[in-house]
Design a protein around this ligand. Structure first.
Ligand code: TMP
Length: 303
């Protein structure tokens, strides 16, 4: 008679045979998968980053696609090049700092606070309307990874909560999901920076606390205690991320089950030190993967 966990070795074979998938410690991954399969959908929660995790990093020609903040760079450049250039200058200055291998996280944090603070002030000072931002999203170069729509719908179908934990802009993710999926699935919960609008639906402030790349952990999820309490029985976590800042997104969850960490590596293959670092902190590393196939396969075996 087939046991529930019989599917695990098949998934392990798939992971081990694929050259674009690195699983540095297969024994641990297999043990985590077994626990998750035994727990089933009712014990599972997915905590995922958005930019370059649920969304694609590059198009088929290798051109970089947009982050949620990047929606402003592109659209504002068209309408008001002087302001658009300010967003682009910020990105050119701070993006290399975010990924600089020579700086510690502590050294990077003040720069990230400055980047997010300046960028958000530009948005608020310009008093963009909700309609304008929804149009920006419609015309943006944010693209779902292949299979992302099905992945989100299948989580909803199996009643598995999806926490989208993003240092990007939550409203932009909401508008994007509404535009692509018709509505935001019931199972989806956001922890992100939200643009607050005044009575005329013009941007007037951002939610607090500010979430930047390196504070995606319990420090910003204090106010989410009631949500995490609600899902406390969900002891098994599938964590999806693309940066070093994503690996502690599960820290606010009260539980003792495993977290299976899946990391999308978008960097250069020549940067062996960076790649090795990903292999150390993520259970499964997916190299330049424009799809959600692996995450979907994991969810499929759990159900
Ligand atoms: P996350 O993927 O960890 O949620 O982080 C969001 C990304 O957004 C991060 O890589 C930096 C980027 N970003 C921009 O592209 N433009 C901006 O103005 C800001 C503040 C962030």
């Amino acid at each position: 008679q087939l046991k529930k966990t019989d599917v695990v070795p098949l998934l392990m074979n798939y992971l081990m045979e694929n050259e674009q998938i690195i699983c540095a410690d297969p024994t641990t991954v297999e043990a985590k998968l077994r626990k998750m399969v035994l727990g089933g959908a009712g014990k599972t929660v997915v905590i995922s980053d958005f930019d370059y995790t649920l969304s694609r990093f590059a198009n088929e020609s290798g051109e970089r696609l947009s982050t949620t903040h990047g929606v402003f760079d592109d659209n504002v450049m068209r309408l008001n090049p002087e302001l658009g250039q300010k967003f682009v200058d910020l990105k050119n200055k701070y993006y290399p700092i975010e990924f600089c291998p020579k700086l510690s996280m502590e050294e990077k944090i003040p720069h990230m606070e400055k980047w997010w603070g300046t960028s958000h002030s530009l948005i608020v000072n310009e008093k963009f309307s909700k309609n304008t931002i929804q149009d920006f999203v419609r015309q943006s170069r944010i693209v779902f990874k292949d299979g992302a729509e099905d992945f989100i719908q299948s989580l909803d179908g199996h009643n598995i909560p999806l926490v989208i934990f993003s240092a990007g802009i939550g409203n932009i993710i909401e508008y994007f999901l509404e535009q692509k999926l018709g509505a935001i699935p019931r199972n989806t919960h956001f922890i992100s920076n939200m643009i607050l609008f005044d009575e005329d639906e013009k941007a007037c402030a951002f939610s607090e606390p500010l979430i930047h790349t390196f504070c995606k952990n319990s420090s910003v999820i204090q106010k989410e205690t009631s949500f995490f309490h609600e899902i406390a029985g969900r002891v098994n976590v599938i964590l999806l991320g693309d940066s070093m800042g994503d690996i502690h997104m599960d820290v606010g969850v009260e539980r003792d089950g495993p977290t299976l960490k899946v990391g999308y590596y978008n960097g250069s293959l020549d940067d062996t030190a960076a790649l090795q670092h990903y292999e150390e902190v993520y259970d499964i590393v997916l190299i330049h993967d424009p799809t959600l196939n692996v995450a979907q396969k994991i969810v499929d075996v759990i159900n």
